[in-house]
Write a new protein. Structure first.
Length: 264
């Protein structure tokens, strides 16, 4: 069963393309992670940045499957956007966007998939979730205290800052912003890929791969083209997995060129 996704609308500045753009974030992220990129796309498109289920300000639900996430996106496009949109998804959001295109092709004008492929991965983000779960929210009541408590388990300060987005910090203390228990239980499915679509997605698709990332290596190209026969695969040199944060200008320019060339 789908849930109504929280979203932020970045209105097109002028001469809006009639096809809106939906942006779906990755695991433990939020829609606001796309703020800079969304503002750039809003030069020509109405942009709708969503919080995925069990993240940010969207509803919590026990089902964290890609089928459920795709249904959320399909219903959002039908309810808010007249039934048709392009979709940009990073990592987990990219897998959800792929599943959306395969399960609901009539909803998707075009798909832009950022640094993820339709394959199962062997890594896990369980340690990051468990680090957040380890916080004693009765005693850890400020951002500074949370950062200090996480430091022993997450050495990278940038990653700690990213993870703390999953905490709602106010004068009353800290509460979880994401459904950590469900995300942890769903980890095998989130890093997996069990797509059983009866037909490939025949619409336009752009796959953006970080040149310094291991998520979309050349061995993935054939698998991508089996499910997305019209896929264009572009590698952004110098970018790791957080491709939109590390190389936002390159991601924007490459995606813009793709959208223009496909009349999207």
């Amino acid at each position: 069963m789908s849930v109504p996704l929280h979203f932020t609308h970045y209105a097109a500045q002028a001469d809006a393309n009639p096809i809106p753009l939906v942006m779906a974030h990755g695991l433990l992220g939020q829609g606001r992670n796309f703020g800079t990129l969304a503002k750039s796309f809003a030069e020509t498109h109405d942009v709708f940045v969503v919080d995925m289920r069990n993240h940010g300000d969207s509803p919590w639900d026990e089902d964290m499957s890609y089928a459920a996430m795709a249904a959320d996106l399909a219903d959002f496009i039908a309810r808010e956007l007249g039934g048709y949109a392009s979709v940009f998804g990073h990592s987990m959001g990219g897998k959800a966007a792929m599943r959306l295109a395969l399960d609901y092709p009539d909803r998707v004008a075009g798909a832009i998939i950022a640094d993820i492929a339709p394959v199962a991965y062997t890594h896990s983000h369980s340690g990051q979730i468990e680090a957040l779960q380890s916080l004693d929210l009765e005693t850890v009541r400020t951002r500074k205290a949370a950062d200090a408590a996480l430091k022993g388990k997450v050495a990278d300060p940038v990653m700690r800052g990213f993870l703390m987005q999953n905490l709602r910090i106010s004068g009353d203390g800290i509460t979880p912003r994401s459904n950590l228990a469900v995300l942890l239980a769903a980890m095998p499915d989130l890093v997996g890929w069990n797509e059983d679509a009866s037909a490939p997605y025949d619409g336009p698709a752009l796959f953006l791969a970080g040149g310094a990332s291991s998520y979309v290596d050349p061995s993935s190209d054939d698998v991508i083209r089996q499910l997305f026969p019209k896929a264009v695969i572009e590698r952004i040199e110098g970018a790791g997995h957080w491709i939109h944060a590390e190389k936002p200008k390159d991601v924007f320019e490459t995606t813009k060129k793709f959208l223009i060339s496909r009349n999207l």
